[in-house]
Every structure is written in C-alpha cells, then in structure tokens.
Design a protein around this ligand. Structure first.
Ligand SMILES: Cc1ncc(COP(=O)(O)O)c(C=O)c1O
Length: 394
C-alpha cells in the first residue's frame, strides 16, 4: 500500500514503537502505586510530559494527558462553556472546525448559548474581520472562542495567532485545535498566548488513543473526567503509560525534525505537478500560500471521488475523500460547503496526506495511479458535463 492519508492518521515511527515496548510488556505497574516498578512508570510519564512541554514551549505542569484529540477538545470546550455560563455565554468559532469541536459547540447552541460560526474565503481561510465582529458581540456578556490552527481536510493554515489576539483583546478565552498543526507548523505557546490547546499523538507518528490538553497556568480549569485524581486531578483515570511514552517520543522526534528545517513541500509539489500535468481538469484547492506541506486537496472535473477511491484502492493507493469522518457519505463536507464548492466539485475532491514516511518513489507512483484512475473513470463514464456523474463500480 502507498499510504497517502496522513491527515487521518500517521504510522508510528520505529523509535516510538521501541520506546513503548517495555511499557506494553514487562513494565506494567500502575504509575500511581508506591513500589519501584510504579515509580519507574511515573518517571516515564513525567519524562513524556517534559518532552511534549519542550516541544510546545510550555511548562510540564501545563500538559494534561488524555485519550486523544476528541477528549482534549471536549474537555476544553465543555469547561469553557460552563465557565462563561449559558445565560450570557457566547461562543465564537469557524465554519470549518473538525467535528470534535463543531459537534460540541452545536450542542451548546441547542442548550441556549449564542453560537457564531464565522465563515471562510474560497481558499478556506477564516474571515478575520467577521471573527473580530463576532468577538465584539461576545465582549459584553463574556464568552470564548475556538479556532483551529490547521484544517484537517484542506491543510489550510488558519490565522489562529491573529484570532487569538483578537479574542483576547475582546476579553474572550481562546482555545485552538492544533491537532493537524503539530509537526507541520511551529506551535509555541510562549509566543502565542492561547489559553487551551488540543493535540493528538497519532497525527504526528505517535500511537492512537492518546493526546493532551495544554492548559495555560493561571487559567481557571475544571476536569471533564473525575475519579482517582490522576493528572493533578485534571483528568482522572489510570494513565495509558505506553501511549504517553510513545507520545513523548513522537513529540521529541517531531521537534527535532522541524528544528532541522525539514518539510515535505518538495514531495507534495512534485505529486501535484505530476497529477495536474498528467490529466486535464484538475484543481488544487485551498489557500496556496497558507497551507501545510503535507496536504494536497484536489478536485477532478467529471470524476466522482467515490469511484476514484475504489480505483486507487485497487491500485494500492490509500487516500481519502474530504475528511476521514465523512468517508462513505455522499454529502459535501461542511468545509467544502463553507468554501463555496458546488455539490459536483465537492463530490469530485480527494485529499492526499503525506508524511515523513513517504518516499519520492511512492509519490511518483501514486501520481501515476491517480492519472490512470481519472482517465479510466472518465472513459467508463463517457466524459462530458461537469455535474455529478455515476460512481464507477468494479
Ligand atoms: C483537526 C482535528 N481535530 C480533532 C481530531 C480528533 O482527534 P482524535 O482522533 O485524536 O480524537 C482530528 C482527527 O482527525 C482532527 O484532524
């Protein structure tokens, strides 16, 4: 398989697996106990916290480990909503957030919060002016804002730094979903004074089912999960020691990778040039200046993404239509709608996600497969027209 779906998840690096192994096998003690084995587990958890903190420019005590990105966003948002209170509470966000943010905030709207989902331009970037106006409306009664750093479907980098400044200038607390940003753009909480920030290990070559919430020290905070008081009573539940160790190692490796000035622009650009040059009617979507080098979001005229996905899967190329969570559904995603895609264009779009594990050879081969798949699908469908077309079924 040529795996080009790194926005959905990334393969673990061998060093990460190696670091985790002892904690999955002979080192099984509960880090909250008092004997030697337990103390070793506690030390491993604290070392991982340090690794994540160094990467973020945070203090170790500002990092709270939890079960992944979804728990992290839910914890931050539900606390913020409780804090501002539903009577006066206003919530400002964007129309293109991941469902781990959007579904939570939509639920706030159902129970009486005033929610504003700010729009994006055709390149998928937040309209900062509209955002500022929404923050101004929230200023009176108190509220909070949540803006993602990088969009999971398009790879577009949002103006989250400016959004944080604007929200704070209006007295609003600020959360960012940095889950797709980590390891791709610099995220340093010493430079960007976010109050809460969510991350997830499996997006940067760590294990699945582990993530963290950054909580700026001094910020009021109450946990979502209560119980045994782990994580300084900010997230109860016995720690996933192996997962946390893997996350720490992955964070360290991602930091070193970025510090060495590495990125995947050359690989991604080569892929796009080969596809765009190989077949007509291809559009590269998303703001071309503000996007991470690991995502390519393409639309193919006169081709249904669902059919392309089947053909590419047969050829051994794994990619995705829209976001992973939308796969299998024929509806345009909320991101595509917000960017003003027609239904036809939305249904003819594929997302390719690259990671440092991809080789040049893979990318060249995958681009060739995409070209062949598009040509085949257009032949099968008979070409012509730009609207929705039949889905190829093998
Ligand atoms: C932007 C974004 N936010 C949140 C999530 C949810 O993270 P997790 O899979 O760790 O729950 C994802 C995962 O796809 C994501 O891409």
């Amino acid at each position: 398989m040529i795996y080009l779906d790194a926005n959905a998840t990334t393969p673990m690096l061998p060093e990460v697996v190696e670091a985790m192994m002892p904690w999955l096998t002979e080192q099984y003690c509960n880090p909250n106990a008092s004997y030697r084995g337990a103390k070793a587990a506690r030390k491993a958890v604290e070392q991982a916290r340090e690794q994540v903190a160094v990467w973020l420019g945070a203090l170790p005590e500002e990092v709270v480990f939890m079960s992944g990105g979804t728990e992290s966003t839910n914890t931050a948002l539900k606390w913020l909503a409780r804090w501002v209170g539903r009577k006066s509470g206003r919530v400002v966000t964007t129309a293109v957030e991941h469902s781990a943010v959007l579904k939570v905030i939509e639920n706030f709207a159902q129970v009486g919060y005033a929610v504003e989902k700010c729009g994006v331009d055709s390149g998928g970037r937040l309209d900062l002016e509209a955002f500022d106006e929404a923050c101004a409306r929230a200023e009176e009664g108190g509220g909070f804002a949540s803006v993602m750093a990088v969009n999971n479907e398009t790879g577009v980098i949002q103006p989250w730094v400016e959004a944080c400044e604007k929200a704070h200038a209006r007295g609003l607390a600020f959360h960012t979903d940095a889950i797709q940003a980590m390891g791709k753009v610099e995220v340093n909480v010493r430079e960007v004074p976010v109050d809460f920030l969510s991350l997830s290990a499996h997006k940067f070559h760590g294990p699945k089912g582990v993530g963290a919430l950054y909580v700026r020290s001094g910020c009021r905070f109450e946990p979502l999960l209560r119980g045994g008081g782990q994580e300084s009573d900010r997230r109860s539940g016995t720690e996933n020691v192996a997962g946390i160790v893997g996350m720490g190692k992955a964070a360290e490796l991602a930091r070193l990778w970025l510090e060495a000035g590495r990125d995947l622009r050359g690989l991604r650009d080569d892929f796009e040039a080969r596809v765009v040059g190989g077949v007509e009617g291809v559009t590269v979507n998303g703001d071309l200046i503000h996007r991470v080098s690991t995502t390519s979001h393409l639309s193919f005229e006169r081709c249904e993404a669902a059919g392309l996905l089947i053909l590419l899967d047969e050829m051994g190329v794994a990619c995705s239509a829209g976001s992973a969570c939308m796969t299998g559904k024929q509806q345009p995603s909320h991101v595509q709608k917000a960017m003003g895609f027609s239904d036809g264009k939305a249904r003819s779009s594929l997302r390719f996600g690259f990671s440092r594990m991809n080789t040049r050879e893979e990318v060249v081969e995958a681009a060739g497969c995409v070209v062949k798949a598009v040509e085949k699908l257009r032949r099968v469908q008979g070409g012509g027209g730009t609207g929705p077309v039949m889905v190829y079924s093998p």
